[in-house]
Design a protein around this ligand. Structure first.
Ligand SMILES: C[S@@+](CC[C@H](N)C(=O)[O-])C[C@H]1O[C@@H](n2cnc3c(N)ncnc32)[C@H](O)[C@@H]1O
Length: 256
């Protein structure tokens, strides 16, 4: 009898499975994502961005937090919500949306785009710097990119706790801010560049890992920790005097 080898699941399928399971709870728990969407929406209004005609697209739109904030900020046409996770897209009704894996590039019917927006999604794709360069190439001249993405300076507490415990850190590897900025410099004129740091209360190891899971954001490229490794990680997790840190790159640029 032939021996069947277990097929390795592509990472984007694992990501999709996790976000699908967390879809109903996402909107109510994604507080940082909601705040960042509101910040991008506010900046788009304050800076009076004028968009050329053409598709406005939210890449990795999830439940539409960023689309709604930008629609309030900019007025005019609706954003097309693009995401591979149908369960998250279905959290909104009667809006333009498309189920699509962004590792395949952008949907051809939406390019060249007048506006590409994305928040907290680029880090889930293969080779984020390359994807970002590709997004810039798919903008119309005069079109806008509005981006927010967590970057590699995030979660020092988690990395330190894992290293003290002698277990792998299962946090998603986040892209380097400098390299992301570099990939936008030639195609875009940058109008706003912010490297933000957010400090959140450290609720303890297990509640923190549960918060990540509730959002559906627990997919990891490495193997899951064994129960023994998890116990060691939790024993090394510091108390509430050390906060959870997020480093977020926010960037607004116009295609030259
Ligand atoms: C943390 S959520 C952010 C959602 C939304 N942008 C927000 O700010 O609330 C990450 C989103 O990226 C989407 N995503 C991850 N990998 C993707 C891929 N390969 N193609 C399309 N969407 C993807 C997930 O399904 C999820 O909706």
């Amino acid at each position: 009898m032939p021996v069947l080898k277990k097929q390795l699941q592509p990472f984007s399928d694992a990501v999709n499975g996790c976000f699908s399971r967390g879809a109903e709870a996402y909107d109510g728990h994604a507080l940082l994502q909601r705040a960042i969407a509101a910040r991008l929406g506010g900046l788009s209004r304050q800076r009076g961005l004028i968009l050329p005609p053409g598709p406005r697209v939210d890449l990795g739109a999830g439940s539409g937090l960023l689309s709604r904030a930008l629609e309030r900020g900019l007025g005019g046409d609706r954003f097309v919500r693009v995401d591979q996770c149908g369960a998250l897209l279905r959290q909104e009704a009667e809006v333009p949306q498309l189920e699509w894996d962004l590792n395949r590039g952008l949907p051809p019917q939406l390019i060249p785009a007048a506006c590409l927006a994305s928040s907290f999604a680029l880090q889930w794709l293969e080779q984020p710097e390359l994807q970002l360069g590709h997004w810039c190439d798919r903008l119309k001249p005069g079109g806008w990119l509005l981006l927010a993405v967590p970057t590699s300076g995030s979660f020092p507490l988690w990395k330190d706790a894992a290293s003290r415990a002698g277990v792998p850190c299962t946090a998603l590897e986040l892209p380097d801010a400098e390299r992301l900025i570099e990939s936008t410099q030639e195609p875009l004129e940058l109008h706003c560049l912010q490297r933000l740091r957010f400090s959140r209360r450290n609720p303890g190891g297990l509640p923190f890992l549960q918060q990540i899971k509730t959002l559906g954001a627990q997919a990891s490229r490495g193997p899951q920790l064994s129960p023994g490794q998890l116990r060691r990680l939790l024993r090394s997790w510091p108390g509430p005097e050390q906060a959870i840190l997020w480093e977020v790159l926010l960037l607004i640029g116009q295609k030259r």
